[in-house]
Every structure is written in C-alpha cells, then in structure tokens.
Design a protein around this ligand. Sequence first.
Ligand SMILES: [Zn+2]
Ligand SMILES: [Zn+2]
Length: 141
Amino acid sequence: MSTNVVEGGCCCGAIRYRISGTPTNSMVCHCQSCRRVAAAPVVAWVTFPTQHFQFLHGQPSEFHSSEPVRRTFCAACGTPLTYEHRDHASSVDVTTCSLDDPNAFPPTHHSWLTHDLAWVRFGDGLPTFGEWRPSSNPAQT
Ligand SMILES: [Zn+2]
Ligand SMILES: [Zn+2]
C-alpha cells in the first residue's frame, strides 16, 4: 500500500498537497477547537506519518490553537488543512474533506463527544468516545 498516493488542497486551489501511504487513523472530531477553526459542527481528520505528507504548491498560513498545536489553512479562502502537535511530531492530521476524494479514508469512530453540540446527530453507527479513543494515535489534544 506504500505506493498509494492521494492529493488534496484548499477550496480556491492556491494550496495543494500530496500524501503517500495509508493513514494511521481516520475519525470525526467533535471538539470545540476543531469546531471553531472550521466554523462547522464537526471536522473529519485522517492521520499520516509526517514524512508522507508534503505541500506541492502554495504557502499555508498557520496559527496555534493551543501552545503546542500548529494548524495550517489557506489565507485566501480559509480552508483548514492540517493539525500538528509538537508532542506527536511524527504524524500530521489532514482534514478529510480537503482531500480530492474524501471517500478514500472513511472514519472509523467519533471523538470528543463531551464537546458536542446539542443538535448534532449521527446515524452512522460508528463508535463514539467522550475524548480520544483510548487506542488511537493521540496526535490531537
Ligand atoms: Zn485557498
Ligand atoms: Zn478536534
């Protein structure tokens, strides 16, 4: 599967990225931080080894949603792109829906239901967790 290559980018096309390999995690995050960053009820993420991710063109803007956390986004159109935690520098989380094919890596679970909005309802039958799934890669905090 290491020859698997997927690409994605922001809405306006200014920023493009390429990923090789298979993700180590794929989930839907209900946490407040992701919600504010995306202005969306939930945000889906796929996690890859950092060395398998590269920006192809465009320079993303970045900010720190908490001190050890670096998030990147397109300054022109606002699309959230990546999440990196300093304590887990070997992996990068990529917004599933910035992939050209968001169907490529379906989520396996939902995290951070303790932060969920009262009106969010999912009927997908996937496991839910109040915070991180205990066995998952704790790339996000
Ligand atoms: Zn853009
Ligand atoms: Zn989150």
